[in-house]
Ligand binder design. Structure first.
Ligand code: PBG
Length: 325
């Protein structure tokens, strides 16, 4: 009894009820984090051209959106900000009345139970668009750490539940942990973008967040796409520095990385289903080339099957509706 014809794997596929019983992976609304872009201004709820279905919100339209997200059963959002002005040292990133700091207050006030994660990075706030401070034409790692830590602390002070550094400087998790702990935020978790690649899949996001580097690119700090062993070193480093949740980004072209990280560590693993992955599905669906719902759920399931516990995705609201039916 070791093979065909006694063994027939199709037996357990013959009805939907049987398939449900032996299904190994399922995506749940609890797994998803919805990214939100917040900008200055009034009455703003403007669709992002390169990311159909996603909008820029102003502080006065944000509360209603947060309520809608919570009502869909989504547990969390991640906030990105578009500042009023940019400068060399990313001043608005850590201003107590910066756009993200204000947005945190609005959301926590409107929906206290919705988990507010903040993306901690300088690139949306620097005039040059890089994720750190420029010294002699290069992003200076150690000088950037202080500003990144200040940014995270200002988010915690405004009420953020989780801070998520995405800059890929060495030592940023330790810098954040010590800034948080030194100011009474020992309980604020860090979700680190531990293995974040220098990916072309961020294209639509950079348009949405106005964070395209004005010279050069991010290859000097974000990871080289061909590398996977290095990803494990990045993750190990962040765990040693105190990261609570580790993230792999992007997700779809990096499922092997997610899988290896999952196999190596027991920490919760997050994966970022990034803007370019989203835009591809939306564009194909609009052309009638793909079935949006099935493709989206298949992608999210694949990311989960690879080993992610948490998925940051622009599909979160749609997926919550589809999963809730
Ligand atoms: C900020 C940041 C980026 C993304 C998340 N945080 C852009 C980048 O690194 O260039 C990308 C998100 C996406 O593409 O959906 N550093």
């Amino acid at each position: 009894m070791s093979g065909f014809p006694q063994v027939r794997l199709r037996r357990l596929r013959s009805t939907e009820a049987l398939r449900r019983m032996v299904r190994e992976t399922s995506v749940n609304v609890n797994d998803l984090i919805y990214p939100l872009f917040v900008a200055h201004g009034k009455g703003l709820k403007e669709e992002i051209r390169s990311m159909p279905g996603c909008c820029h919100f102003s502080l006065d339209t944000l509360a209603a959106e947060a309520k809608e997200i919570a009502e869909l059963g989504l547990p969390a959002i991640i906030l990105f900000g578009l500042p009023a002005s940019k400068d060399e040292v990313a001043s608005e990133a850590y201003a107590s009345n910066g756009i993200v700091q204000e947005a945190i207050r609005v959301v926590k006030d409107a929906v206290p139970d919705l988990v507010v994660v903040t993306d901690v990075c300088l690139c949306e706030y620097t005039s040059h668009g890089h994720c750190g401070v420029i010294v002699k034409g290069q992003v200076d790692n150690d000088r950037s750490l202080e500003l990144i830590a200040r940014t995270a602390l200002s988010h915690a002070e405004a009420g953020a539940d989780i801070v998520a550094p995405s800059d890929m400087m060495d030592g940023r998790v330790a810098a954040l942990r010590s800034a948080l702990d030194g100011n009474g935020f020992q309980s604020t978790p860090i979700m680190s973008y531990a293995a974040k690649y220098a990916s072309a899949f961020y294209g639509p996001f950079r348009e949405a967040a106005e964070s395209t580097p004005q010279f050069g690119d991010r290859r000097g700090y974000q990871m080289d796409p061909p590398n996977v062993r290095e990803a494990l070193r990045e993750v190990e480093q962040d765990i040693q520095e105190g990261a609570d949740i580790i993230m792999v980004k992007p997700a779809l072209a990096y499922l092997d990385v997610i899988s290896k990280v999952r196999a190596t560590w027991n920490h919760p693993v997050a994966a970022y289903n990034v803007s370019g992955e989203y835009a591809m599905v939306k564009a194909a669906a609009r052309n009638g080339w793909l079935e949006e719902e099935r493709v989206t759920l298949e992608i999210l399931t694949a990311i989960k099957r690879a080993g992610a516990d948490i998925i940051l995705t622009y599909h979160a609201k749609d997926a919550a509706r589809w999963l809730g039916r």
